[in-house]
Design a protein around this ligand. Structure first.
Ligand code: SF4
Length: 496
């Protein structure tokens, strides 16, 4: 058997990391109190809030989660914009987005739409903070995919939020487009099928997620009516079967991080961790997704978004406490989870789980401990910095652990550092108000503006429409009449 995957054991009052990678993650869970105090003081002084993604650098997340300033939120991309609106409504003047560029663009678009144009949004890098999926939707191949959709009757483009605002705008100009996230994509597609007769869904750009959605709907069609209605009340196995031939996905978009959870990793999880529960993000390759689906059917796993993963782990921890009665002398019950997504999730998992374990202990409940297993690709190599031996198999600790080094951390997300955040905050004007001069100096930290016109609207506004369609669906549980009407109108206008 190969060396075990790195893991982190979470107890009510301690963490036990196994392996260099896990040790480096655990180190950041107890941040330097001076750093925490500096961050809190600067945020307050500069009237600034922080919305950060779950995949942030663990060092940064460790400090953020320890900071008592109330305007700090770590979440999935969907909730980042909601948090920004809540902060703006509470009077926050500057919002720092810790994520990649499509996230800050999303936050900017939603703040604008909500009338908070006076709130300034900052990224913490001067240059672009990319994303391999967003990049995949910028080339000729995606343009050709959108062309195909534009020539198809009843086409609805369901675009993953991991794309730039200009991608969304250019697509929406050609095909009615709604943005989705991994937490709402299934319901978005099912809802579209109930409101738009013979809808043809063009999902993109994440190829693995497209394949996984197809597989998920295929499995759903095999379930009984009650199980299907539990997912969407207006659907039956027959309606799902009828939808399958009208689901299309783009073939050339991959998240370089989730790509690491391939056949080799999956085989090792199957063979070496048969008792562990499996969590798999919708972006993982098919093998890992199939394992997650299998585990989910057996009640010991979940496939979905980062929030779904976090909630699943939380529910299992509560269930273990309820099942095991009161405390006493019994041995600890260990729950093991394979983390099938970006490793930065660990900070949010630890904070949630440790809070639950402490509450259980205070209530005299059973002793539960939680093991999080990081399935690192065994083909991983790490750079040693040694001329004689430049690379070695496996991964090194901390920053050596990049995509090039083969483990599940996103190099783009890690462009957001604590130092860069503190530097930016120091450069903001007193009270968070910027002089015109100061604002000009920090221009490169703003999200891209996309002022060019497409069909008489700015690209930012047009791209923002697809996001607003998603938010309407989130709020109302139905697609907007405007979007549904747009599909029908464009269909009627299409030459036959
Ligand atoms: S993990 Fe990184 S590369 Fe993958 S989708 Fe997220 S931002 Fe893009």
């Amino acid at each position: 058997m190969a060396a075990p995957f790195p893991s982190l054991l979470i107890r009510a009052d301690e963490f036990v990391p196994e392996g260099a990678f896990a040790r480096s993650q655990a180190e950041f869970l107890s941040p330097d109190p001076d750093l925490v105090a500096d961050l809190g003081q600067l945020l307050e002084e500069k009237n600034a809030g922080v919305v950060a993604h779950f995949y942030m650098d663990p060092e940064l997340q460790g400090v953020l989660t320890a900071c008592p300033w109330p305007h700090i939120r770590i979440s999935d991309s969907l909730l980042m914009a909601d948090s920004a609106i809540a902060m703006a409504t509470a009077g926050i003047q500057n919002i720092i987005v810790l994520g990649v560029d499509f996230m800050s663009e999303n936050v900017r678009a939603i703040l604008d739409a909500a009338g908070h144009r006076d709130v300034t949004v900052y990224r913490v890098a001067e240059g672009p903070i990319g994303c391999s999926l967003a990049e995949a939707a910028t080339g000729d191949a995606y343009a050709a995919y959108i062309d195909e959709a534009a020539q198809t009757e009843n086409a609805l483009h369901v675009v993953y939020i991991n794309t730039s605002l200009i991608t969304k705008a250019q697509a929406h100009a050609r095909v009615p487009t709604i943005t989705c996230t991994s937490s709402n994509v299934v319901k978005t597609i099912l809802q579209a099928a109930t409101q738009i007769d013979d809808v043809e869904i063009f999902y993109g750009p994440d190829t693995y997620m497209g394949q996984n959605l197809e597989e998920l709907f295929r499995s759903l069609a095999e379930l009984d009516e009650e199980a299907v209605r539990a997912v969407h009340a207006s659907h039956t196995p027959d309606t799902i079967r009828a939808l399958l031939p009208r689901l299309h996905h783009f073939q050339q978009g991959v998240c370089i991080v989730h790509h690491m959870f391939g056949a080799d990793v999956t085989r090792r999880v199957r063979e070496d961790y048969p008792e562990a529960m499996v969590t798999a993000h919708l972006e993982v390759p098919g093998e890992m997704f199939a394992l997650g689906m299998e585990a989910s059917r057996e009640g010991r796993g979940v496939v979905g978004s980062t929030s779904n993963i976090l909630n699943f782990i939380g529910e299992r921890v509560d269930a273990a406490s309820a099942e095991n009665g009161d405390g006493g002398e019994a041995e600890a019950t260990r729950l093991s989870f394979v983390l099938g997504t970006e490793a930065g999730m660990i900070t949010s998992i630890v904070r949630k789980v440790q809070g639950q374990l402490q509450a259980q202990r205070a209530a005299g409940g059973p002793v539960v401990e939680v093991e999080i297993i990081f399935p690192v690709a065994s083909e991983a190599i790490a750079q040693t910095g040694d001329d004689e031996l430049a690379v070695v198999p496996g991964v090194l600790a901390g920053e050596g652990c990049t995509v090039a080094g083969g483990c599940a951390t996103c190099p783009f997300m890690k462009m957001n550092s604590l130092d860069a955040t503190l530097d930016l905050l120091k450069r903001l004007g007193a009270g968070g108000r910027q002089s015109a001069e100061g604002d000009a100096e920090l221009r490169s930290y703003h999200p891209k503006e996309y002022a060019e016109l497409i069909d008489g609207k700015s690209a930012a506004e047009l791209g923002g429409e697809s996001i607003l369609h998603m938010r309407h669906f989130q709020r109302e549980g139905a697609l907007s009449d405007e979007l549904v009407g747009d599909v029908k109108t464009r269909c009627q206008g299409r030459p036959t």
